[in-house]
Design a protein around this ligand. Structure first.
Ligand SMILES: Cc1cc2nc3c(=O)[nH]c(=O)nc-3n(C[C@H](O)[C@H](O)[C@H](O)COP(=O)(O)OP(=O)(O)OC[C@H]3O[C@@H](n4cnc5c(N)ncnc54)[C@H](O)[C@@H]3O)c2cc1C
Length: 611
C-alpha cells in the first residue's frame, strides 16, 4: 500500500475558487455546486438572523423569515421535553483548511494516453476538482468534508464529451490497471462515488459535459440522450420538442440521467410514468471488454433482459454513455391538491382503495403526523389573512370534524395528463378520499409543494451548521407490513438515542405507490457531539436498515447501495445472486477497475476481514 502524504496538491487560484456567482459561460457543474453541502452555491442559504429567527435566501427572495422553524427544532429535538434552549454554532472548515493526499503517479503510458484522448481543459488535477469528486451528498460525506476528514481522493478528474472518448479511456485504463469511477451529479447518499482502493491510480470520470439530447423521435416517442445531462437541462431540451421524460426525483436539479440509470432511481410521478427502468429502452455501456449495446424496440421476449445487468450496477460494470428513453407529451393538465386526514391510517386506507380501483393519481405523498408538523413549521409566513384562514380551518377540524390535531396527516395528491383523463381520475379519487375523512385544502398546498419540492434538503446544511444532523432511510414495503414497520422504526430509533441520553426525532412519509406496496421514507435527526463522531449516527442508520430488513422491506427503494448498504446485500438479494454478480463482474471487468468495492460486499468483507 502506498503511504500517503497529507500535503495539499497545487492548483491555480482560478480553479480553486468556489463560485458564489457565475454568469460565466463554460463553468463546469462541480464549480457551481456546494462542495460541503447540498445544491447551488448561490441560493437556499438558511441563516439565523440577529433577531434569532431562521430565514432563507432563494434566487428571488433574500432573508425570508421562517417564523416557526427554530421553535420547532428546539421543542422537538429533546428528551422528555428537556433540550437545548438555543441553537449552537458548528461552522465548517474552508476549502483552504482541507488537506488532500498527494496524487499518485500515473502508471505506465497512462498519462500520455490521457493527453492523446482529451484536450487539456478536459483533464483536471487541481485541488478543488479532486476535492469535489471524492464524496457524494450523504450525511457521512458532508460531516467528513466539514471536519476535513479526507483519506483518499481521485488523482485526476476527466470530463469526457463523447462516447468515443469514454470508450478509449476505459480501454486505456484497463491496460494500465487504473480505476475509473463514473461521477454524475454526485448526489448519491450511499458512498457510491468514493474512491476506496488507496493503492491504484484513480480517475473520477465527470460525465456532465456529455449533456446533449441527440435526437427525439415523436413517432416512436423515444429520445436518445447523452447521459451526463442534468435534470433541468434534460427537461428543457425535451420540452422544445413537446415531450417530457417525467422523471423527477427530489435531487432532480443536481443529478444526471446516467446516475439515475446506474442507481435505479425513482421520481415523484413514478406512479404514472414508472421508475427509471420502466422508461429506459436501451443504452451503450463502455466496459473493459468493449462497448455493450442493446437493441431499441418496444419489447423483447428473446431470453434474458440484459438491460437489467447494467441498470442499478452503479458504475461497477462500466460507464453508460448514451441512452434511448421513452418520452411522453408534455402534460396538458397538471393539478396538485392538498388534503388533511384524521390520521396516517385514514390516508393509507384511501391510498389502498384508490390502488384497488385501478384509477390512480400521478402522485400520492402522505406525510405522517410528525412530518406534517415539520411541513407546516418550515413554511414562511403568508401574512395575516392566510394565518387567520389556517386558524379557522384548525378550529373547524378540531371542533366540527373531531380531528385529533396530534394525528393530522397531510397528503399531496397530483394528477397529470390529458385534461379529460385528469378530470375522470380526479373525480374517482376525490370520492374515495372523501369516504376516508379527507378535508380538501384546494390547490394552494399542491402549488406550494410543486414550487418548493426541491428545497427541503437545504435545511440539512443549516442543521449541520448548528451541531445537529439529519439523515434518511427509505424502503419498499408491502401494505401488510407498512404500519408495523413504521411504528417499530419510529419507536426503536427514539428509544435507542434516549437510552444514551441523546435527543432524537423521526418522521416518515409515503413517496411512491404500487399495487403491492409503497416506498416508505424516514427522516431522522439528532445532535452531534463536540468531536463530530460518526459512531452515534452510524448506529442509528444500522438500526433503521435492520428494522427494514426484519419487516421484509427492500434495503433501498431508490437510493441505491454504494458501500453504505453493501453489508446488507447478501441478506437482501441472497448469497446465490451475490455469487452470480461476482462472476459477471469478473467477466466484464477482470481487473476490477470499474468503481471497485461498491454494490456488493467483497469476499473479505463478508468474512469480516475488512471493514
Ligand atoms: C437531497 C437528495 C434527494 C434525493 N432524492 C432522490 C429521489 O427522489 N429519487 C432518487 O432516485 N434518488 C434520490 N436521491 C439519490 C440520488 O440523487 C440518486 O441516486 C441519483 O440517481 C444519483 O444520480 P447522480 O447523477 O447524482 O449520480 P452520482 O451520485 O454521481 O452517482 C451514483 C452512482 O452511479 C454511478 N454513475 C453515475 N453516472 C454513471 C454513468 N454514466 N455510467 C455508469 N455509472 C454511473 C456512480 O459511479 C455511482 O456509483 C437523492 C439524493 C439527495 C442528496
Amino acid at each position: 500500500m502506498q503511504v500517503k502524504d497529507s500535503t495539499t496538491s497545487t492548483s491555480s487560484t482560478e480553479e480553486r475558487k468556489e463560485l458564489t456567482s457565475y454568469p460565466q459561460e463554460n463553468v463546469d457543474y462541480y464549480q457551481k455546486i456546494k462542495w460541503n453541502g447540498w445544491g447551488d452555491t448561490r441560493k437556499f442559504i438558511h441563516t439565523l438572523q440577529p433577531s434569532g429567527t431562521v430565514a432563507i435566501t432563494t434566487p428571488t427572495v433574500s432573508g425570508q423569515p421562517l417564523p416557526s422553524l427554530k421553535k420547532f427544532i428546539l421543542t422537538e429535538l429533546t428528551i422528555n421535553g428537556q433540550g437545548q434552549t438555543d441553537l449552537e454554532n458548528s461552522p465548517s472548515l474552508t476549502v483552504e483548511d482541507i488537506k488532500l493526499p498527494l496524487p499518485r503517479a500515473a502508471p505506465g503510458d497512462f498519462a500520455r494516453e490521457l493527453r492523446a484522448i482529451f484536450k487539456p481543459n478536459q483533464v483536471k488535477e487541481d485541488k478543488f476538482a479532486r476535492l469535489t469528486h471524492i464524496y457524494g451528498k450523504s450525511l457521512r460525506d458532508l460531516i467528513r468534508l466539514r471536519i476535513g476528514l479526507v483519506e483518499n481522493a481521485p488523482d485526476v478528474v476527466v470530463l469526457p464529451e463523447s462516447h468515443e472518448e469514454v470508450e478509449k479511456l476505459v480501454l486505456a485504463a484497463h491496460r494500465a490497471n487504473v480505476i475509473i469511477i463514473p461521477y454524475g451529479g454526485g448526489s448519491n447518499i450511499v458512498g457510491a462515488c468514493e474512491p476506496i482502493d488507496q493503492t491504484r491510480y484513480t480517475v473520477s470520470l465527470d460525465m456532465r459535459r456529455m449533456n446533449k439530447v441527440l435526437w427525439v423521435d415523436r413517432r416512436e416517442m423515444t429520445a436518445c440522450i447523452q447521459v451526463g445531462i442534468m435534470g433541468p437541462d434534460l427537461e428543457r431540451e425535451l420540452h422544445k420538442s413537446g415531450v417530457s421524460l417525467g422523471h423527477d426525483p427530489d435531487s432532480f436539479e443536481f443529478s444526471t440521467l446516467g446516475g439515475w440509470l446506474a442507481t435505479c432511481s425513482s421520481g415523484h410521478q413514478s406512479d404514472k410514468y414508472g421508475d427509471i427502468e420502466d422508461m429506459c429502452v436501451s443504452f451503450k455501456t463502455c466496459t473493459p471488454m468493449g462497448t455493450l449495446e442493446l437493441r431499441n424496440g418496444a419489447r423483447a421476449g428473446a431470453g434474458l433482459n440484459f438491460k437489467h445487468v447494467i441498470l442499478g450496477s452503479e458504475g461497477t460494470l462500466g460507464i453508460i454513455t448514451e441512452a434511448v428513453m421513452k418520452v411522453h407529451p408534455v402534460p396538458q393538465a397538471a393539478e396538485y391538491y392538498g388534503f388533511l386526514f384524521p390520521s396516517f391510517n385514514h390516508a393509507i386506507s384511501a391510498l389502498e382503495q384508490m390502488r384497488r380501483s385501478e384509477i390512480i393519481p400521478t402522485m400520492v405523498r402522505i406525510y405522517d403526523p410528525d412530518e406534517t408538523r415539520l411541513s407546516f413549521a418550515s413554511k414562511p409566513s403568508k401574512g395575516a389573512v392566510s394565518e387567520f384562514f389556517s386558524a379557522a380551518v384548525k378550529k373547524y377540524l378540531q371542533y366540527i370534524r373531531s380531528f385529533d390535531m396530534t394525528q393530522v396527516t397531510l397528503s399531496i395528491i397530483g394528477f397529470e395528463g390529458p385534461k379529460k383523463q385528469v378530470d375522470f381520475v380526479k373525480k374517482s379519487c376525490f370520492d374515495i378520499l372523501a369516504k376516508n375523512g379527507a378535508f380538501g385544502l384546494g390547490t394552494a398546498p399542491g402549488k406550494t409543494w410543486a414550487e418548493k419540492r426541491y428545497d427541503l434538503p437545504y435545511i440539512r446544511d443549516f442543521l449541520l451548521d448548528h451541531n445537529m444532523w439529519v439523515d434518511v432511510a427509505e424502503t419498499t414495503v408491502s401494505y401488510t407490513s407498512l404500519i408495523p414497520l413504521w411504528k417499530e422504526a419510529k419507536k426503536a430509533f427514539v428509544q435507542h438515542y434516549h437510552a444514551k441520553g441523546i435527543p432524537a426525532w423521526i418522521c416518515a412519509h409515503i413517496s411512491h405507490t404500487y399495487s403491492n406496496g409503497v416506498c416508505l421514507y424516514f427522516i431522522f435527526a439528532s445532535r452531534q457531539n463536540d468531536e463530530k463522531e460518526m459512531t452515534p449516527y452510524i448506529e442509528g442508520k444500522r438500526l433503521m436498515c435492520d428494522i427494514i430488513m426484519k419487516h421484509g422491506g427492500a434495503i433501498s427503494h431508490h437510493h441505491g447501495v454504494g458501500y453504505e448498504h453493501a453489508p446488507w446485500m447478501s441478506r437482501y438479494v441472497t448469497q446465490g445472486w451475490v455469487n452470480v454478480y461476482r462472476k459477471i463482474k469478473e467477466t466484464i471487468d477482470p481487473k476490477n477497475i470499474c468503481n471497485p468495492r461498491k454494490l456488493m460486499p467483497t469476499i473479505e468483507e463478508e468474512q469480516g476481514k475488512e471493514n
